[in-house]
Design a protein around this ligand. Structure first.
Ligand code: DHB
Ligand code: FE
Length: 279
């Protein structure tokens, strides 16, 4: 039987990927960040997952405003790296897990989550930066990856409650998969940030710290945060944190905090990294 062995909540700030790609991760601006996240890489290497279900959002790279699926699951055997305007990031291609992906699609749809199916799709920084943060620069990613996109770009995104319930359904589906697989679930994006407008650069450390606490002990409290509250308290892009709640729903009621780091500023945002052991 497949089982979920851990969860990772991880910001996907593009500048983190660029720092690694250009070899700038040891410079004075980036060194403190990369030194402090090292234990998370060690934790993940020890956890030895076979597959990751990586919940993220596409930033109008694979999808445009012409097609906006609320939830989309990648069933392809591999996913090319998107060109976001500067050429694709120089990272290994992402290898999928079609058998588990199709099992998830079938089980989630029969469980009343109407997934869009992506048989071909490039993946952008939302997916590749968390892999870089947690795996560094390997010649090949150490596990297969099933991309699961959530629309947080075009109003209305799904609610936190809905994302949490999707995570719970993912857990049921994984546990119903007959092969012995160790599965890790990523929820990416956040933390508080606003990329445009009068409040560009907005960061709310108190909100973020309280969110990190809730991710460990009381995710149900976090599911009650409305879209308006996210906008007001965590900036216009803070809504990405609903994807953390999808990951948390997949981990079951009790988790153990294995690693936590919160860093401000990262580019013009707050970056969080939280690793949870599934109990
Ligand atoms: C930036 C982009 C993102 O998608 C994000 O989640 C955080 C920051 C940026 O362009 O800095
Ligand atoms: Fe983003």
């Amino acid at each position: 039987m497949a089982r979920i062995v851990g969860g990772i909540a991880c910001s996907h700030v593009p500048a983190i990927g660029v720092a690694v790609d250009k070899g700038n991760d040891g410079n004075p601006y980036w060194k403190p960040y990369f030194e402090r996240i090292q234990p998370a890489r060690e934790w993940l290497a020890k956890l030895k997952p076979d597959v990751a279900i990586l919940i993220y959002n596409d930033h109008a790279n694979a999808l445009s405003l012409e097609l906006i699926p609320t939830f989309l699951l990648g069933t392809a055997a591999e996913f090319p790296i998107a060109d976001e305007g500067f050429g694709p990031r120089p990272v290994p291609k992402v290898i999928g897990h079609p058998r588990l992906a199709w099992h998830l699609v079938e089980n989630l749809i029969l469980d009343e989550f109407d997934m869009t199916i992506a048989n071909a799709m490039p993946v952008d920084h939302g997916l590749t930066v968390p892999l870089t943060v947690t795996c560094g620069q390997p010649a090949a990613w150490p596990f297969e990856v099933i991309p699961l996109c959530v629309n947080v770009i075009q109003y209305p995104p799904p609610t936190g409650v809905r994302c949490f319930k999707l995570g719970q359904a993912i857990r049921r589906a994984v546990e119903d998969f007959p092969e012995d697989l160790r599965v890790v679930v990523y929820g990416t994006g956040g933390m508080s940030h606003q990329l445009q407008g009068e409040r560009a650069g907005f960061v709310n450390q108190a909100f973020d710290q309280s969110f990190l606490d809730g991710m460990v002990d009381d995710p149900v409290r976090l599911t009650q945060i409305s879209h308006t509250q996210y906008m007001r308290e965590s900036g216009s892009e803070g809504i990405e944190m609903v994807m953390w709640l999808a990951m948390r729903g997949a981990l079951g009621e009790h988790v153990r905090e294995a690693f936590r780091y919160y860093h401000v500023p990262t580019s013009n945002t707050a970056a969080g990294l939280l690793c949870l052991d599934s109990e």
